[in-house]
Design a binder for this molecule. Structure first.
Ligand code: SF4
Ligand code: SF4
Length: 380
């Protein structure tokens, strides 16, 4: 095994342990943020015409302030932080922020357009301890809408395939930066060819609501999902996504503001990137009472929401609070030949779902398994 393959294997083992721990913590308690998105700079080096997330002048948030925000999120019990922008690689001390997050044992992810990646920067991200990277690619050839193109980024993807010790995920939003939805399929095929992860999302408007997509785009999404390996995929098992694609609203509770936080460049807490302005309380002043109140607050934007990372957290909460309903929604009886969810998810579900109010008291063996899982995962 080569050095890089060995380092990747060791890191994968440790990361999977920490990710299982994150899920177990989320199942065990509803009182901490599971995920936070944190803006490191609003500035971007590109100007995609559909984007409302950037400007071309903001300075990076100073490192001292970023460290304070990371420490505050850690004190609130946050289990994963995604660094976002603008363009994250424009922050000159991005690696210091990543290392600070890792020093708290928090999982750290970043989103980038990839333009500024070099071999040297990838190696710095390795050393800082980055857990995952997501790159969005909109089209095969650059056009007036978006320059996040496979043609421009292919060399960066090859460097990542060769040097990155963290998983890289290529995300294409069907209906966003292209008039050719079939480009998304080409992008996903290239990602797989290089051994990188891939996924496709649905375009939403600035408030997080789904935008209508045509039949060609729907077919592209189906083709991309059809390429998936026969493993559990949240996209395939997300019952709310399927409903949205049929134009139907969803009946779910959004826990943003409590279980998911979006921290803008000014250090204010918002529900998500699409619902900025609520509750807009400084992170430095955010308390447990704020988390518990906002997690329970109804959100009028929920029925047509496409913010899938918040869907994920809501499903975890549903597994804990109403396991029967959640499991039927998430894992309908598999068709012959269809894959079951992976063993860790089934085991954790079995261990923690009996905490819900609908269940009778857990059996002795379930209690023993739960205790052992908590001990192994170092959860008290
Ligand atoms: S690269 Fe990302 S942040 Fe920059 S303009 Fe495009 S979509 Fe917005
Ligand atoms: S439902 Fe929640 S995640 Fe979705 S747009 Fe509204 S506040 Fe954001």
């Amino acid at each position: 095994m080569s050095n890089i393959a060995l380092r990747r294997a060791v890191r994968r083992y440790k990361r999977v342990y920490r990710e299982i721990r994150m899920v177990a913590l989320a199942l065990k308690s509803p009182h901490h943020p599971v995920f936070a998105h944190m803006v490191v700079t609003r500035r971007c080096n590109l100007a995609c015409t559909y984007c409302s997330e950037f400007d071309n002048f903001s300075k990076p948030v100073p490192i001292e302030e970023m460290n304070r925000r990371v420490d505050r999120l850690a004190a609130l019990g946050t289990t994963a932080i995604t660094l976002t922008g603008g363009e994250t690689l424009l922050h000159p001390q991005l690696e210091d922020i990543i290392a600070r997050i890792r020093s708290h044992g928090i999982i750290v992810l970043m989103i980038t357009n990839g333009y500024l990646l070099t071999v040297e920067r990838i190696e710095r991200l390795n050393r800082a301890g980055l857990d995952r990277m997501q790159i969005s690619i909109d089209n095969v050839q650059p056009d007036d809408v978006s320059k996040k193109s496979l043609k421009v980024l292919d060399q960066k993807l090859r460097w990542l395939a060769q040097y990155a010790e963290f998983p890289v995920h290529i995300h294409s939003v069907v209906g966003a930066g292209t008039t050719r939805p079939e480009d998304a399929l080409t992008i996903q095929k290239r990602a797989r060819e290089l051994g990188l992860g891939s996924s496709a999302g649905i375009v939403h408007d600035p408030t997080g609501h789904i935008q209508a997509i045509d039949e060609k785009s729907k077919k592209t999404l189906e083709d991309i999902e059809g390429m998936s390996k026969p493993l559990f995929s949240f996209a395939r098992h997300n019952p709310w996504r399927a409903n949205l694609l049929r134009g139907q609203p969803n009946d779910w509770h959004c826990p943003a503001g409590g279980r998911h936080l979006y921290i803008c460049e000014d250090g204010l807490v918002h529900y998500c990137m699409a619902q900025r302005g609520y509750p807009a309380i400084p992170l430095a002043d955010y308390t447990q009472a704020d988390i518990d109140r906002e997690a329970k607050a109804p959100k009028s934007c929920a029925p047509y929401c496409t913010i899938f990372c918040v869907h994920r957290i809501a499903l975890l909460d549903q597994i804990r609070d109403n396991p029967g309903k959640a499991l039927v929604q998430l894992f309908p009886a598999p068709e012959p030949g269809q894959a079951k969810p992976p063993l860790p998810i089934r085991a954790l579900t079995a261990a923690f779902s009996s905490a819900g109010p609908e269940r009778s008291a857990p059996s002795r063996s379930t209690l023993l398994f739960r205790k052992a899982a908590l001990r192994i995962l170092n959860i008290h």
